[in-house]
Design a protein around this ligand. Structure first.
Ligand code: URA
Length: 219
């Protein structure tokens, strides 16, 4: 709440003509001020329901909070909602969502409702662009709180944008980092290709399959 108020006041000051000397930098995982946010997913969703911390709030139809098992062992983190997700309020329901569901069912041998699915940003960036650093910084504390509540054993970062904003490694190449599990707080993090990349490059499914088998092996 405190952080939300601070950000709102910074926004108002900017609207009045004040300028920052520096960009607001990524909120680091350890220092995110999330302790005064609600500690259940439904309460956190309500808390966020009229969020206007960044410009994405102006054009969104729905906040895409995330969905799935609140005690999932696996949490997928994508980039941000597309048009279908914005229309419905649910993550990954288009073609990339169908592919993600197939990976969950056919490789991890789980049901979609057994895992938790969220995104770096909860509102749709226009024209399916990647979220900016500022948008991701505003939204990240809510994702970190979701991770704290769900406590997944493994977070699967879908694509470079998700990996970079989660870890702060902004120059990472997904083709280089994918497949290597790293520690992420009390969870592990496995970077892999984003399903939309797989739709364009079906031959990369082989690598994703190998990444998912590593995930399955430590469940
Ligand atoms: N792509 C994403 O990264 N997230 C969604 O929810 C849908 C498409």
């Amino acid at each position: 709440m405190q952080q939300m108020k601070l950000l709102q006041s910074l926004y108002q000051q900017r609207a009045l003509g004040y300028r920052y000397f520096d960009d607001i930098k990524s909120v680091p995982f350890e220092n995110s001020d999330i302790s005064d946010m609600p500690s259940t997913l439904p309460d956190l969703q309500t808390y966020l329901s009229d969020c206007s911390l960044c410009n994405l709030s102006k054009s969104r139809k729905h906040i895409v909070f995330g969905e799935g098992n609140p005690q999932a062992d696996i949490m997928f983190v994508g980039e941000g909602p597309g048009e279908l997700e914005d229309n419905s309020g649910r993550p990954f329901i288009g073609r990339s969502g169908e592919l993600l569901t197939r990976i969950i069912e056919n490789v991890l041998m789980l049901r979609r409702e057994d895992v938790y699915i969220a995104n770096i940003v909860k509102c749709r960036p226009s024209a399916n662009r990647a979220p900016t650093e500022e948008e991701a910084d505003k939204c990240k504390p809510f994702l970190i709180k979701q991770i704290e509540i769900v406590k997944p054993k493994i977070i699967i970062a879908l694509g470079a944008t998700s990996y970079s904003y989660l870890t702060g490694d902004m120059n990472a190449k997904i083709s280089r980092v994918r497949g290597e599990m790293i520690n992420f707080g009390t969870s592990k993090l496995m970077p892999t290709f984003h399903p939309s990349y797989l739709l364009r490059n079906p031959s990369a499914k082989r690598e994703v399959m190998s990444d998912m088998l590593k995930v399955k092996a430590i469940l």
